[in-house]
Design a protein around this ligand. Structure first.
Ligand code: PXL
Length: 263
């Protein structure tokens, strides 16, 4: 029987991030992918590639989850962009209908090009309704700062402290993606397993952030967990996999590159 990984996330129209990146990751890591769409993001090339965002109606999201969970015996799920407090509530209610071995939450608050602060109500809903259901959470620097309530995250110790504080909100495992965001030559992420902190390092590949890198990291953790890999090993496989995707990134007509493994 093939291993199945499930993702509940937004569609991103250029194909670089969101559900599209998640399903590509599942495929590349050898698991069967099942996806539920929560919202549709279409960057607008006519206006600086700004965000056009359309939420999917709650009932339609609940119906998709019902279809997916009835067709397959799913026990590992990734939660990506939810986008509105209503969607957070719908997804939380659906998730509570069955036990999960792992719920991997990528707490997407804003995407490239969006203003910080645009998502405070969604942030609060995510913190109160989704994080308590999560076993693994993968915030980037901005999300880790918001969720931990810390003033700024500038050092590896800050990342570790943020991870501990976020673990207090529910998830046992926290991987904070420092990415290219900390000073220095290395992309540094921190993994907290409830007891110990592990620092994951890889050489930085340029300083720009690459669209989809965060989605791919969390999706790769999810694929590995679906295969039965333990969480710490799943996180290190994901770090390598995301690193390879950034190294092979493609340029696009949009002002960001996108994760890929071909070049
Ligand atoms: O990379 C974060 C992200 C996740 N999900 C969707 C997105 C984005 C960023 O653009 O559009 C749907």
């Amino acid at each position: 029987m093939s291993k199945i990984a499930y993702v509940i996330a937004g569609s991103e129209g250029t194909g670089g991030a969101g559900l599209q990146a998640d399903l590509k990751t599942f495929e590349k890591l050898g698991v069967y992918g099942v996806g539920t769409i929560t919202c549709i993001v279409s960057f607008d090339p006519k206006s600086g590639w700004g965000h056009r965002f359309v939420p999917i109606a709650g009932q339609v999201i609940a119906d998709q989850i019902e279809a997916a969970t009835s067709a397959h015996a799913l026990d590992v799920v990734k939660i990506g962009m939810l986008g509105t407090p209503e969607t957070v509530e719908t997804v939380a209610t659906s998730l509570r209908q069955q036990p999960w071995r792992h719920v991997v939450v990528d707490p997407v608050l804003i995407c490239k090009g969006q203003e910080p602060g645009a998502a405070l109500d969604t942030d609060n809903a995510l913190r109160s309704d989704i994080l308590p259901l999560a076993t693994v959470v993968t915030p980037n620097l901005f999300e880790a700062q918001t969720l931990s309530g810390m003033e700024s995250l500038e050092t590896v110790d800050d990342l570790a402290e943020a991870a501990r504080r976020i673990a207090d909100l529910g998830p046992r495992y926290v991987a904070v993606k420092g990415g290219a965001g900390l000073p220095g030559d290395e992309a540094v992420d921190v993994f907290f397993d409830g007891t110990d902190v592990t620092v994951l390092r890889a050489p930085k590949i340029g300083n720009e952030r690459v669209s989809g890198a965060g989605c791919v990291f969390a999706a790769a953790i999810t694929a590995e967990l679906a295969k039965g890999t333990d969480v710490a090993d799943a996180v290190s496989v994901a770090k390598e996999f995301a690193h390879a995707g950034i190294a092979g990134r493609i340029t696009t007509e949009a002002p960001f590159t996108a994760v890929d493994w071909h070049s």
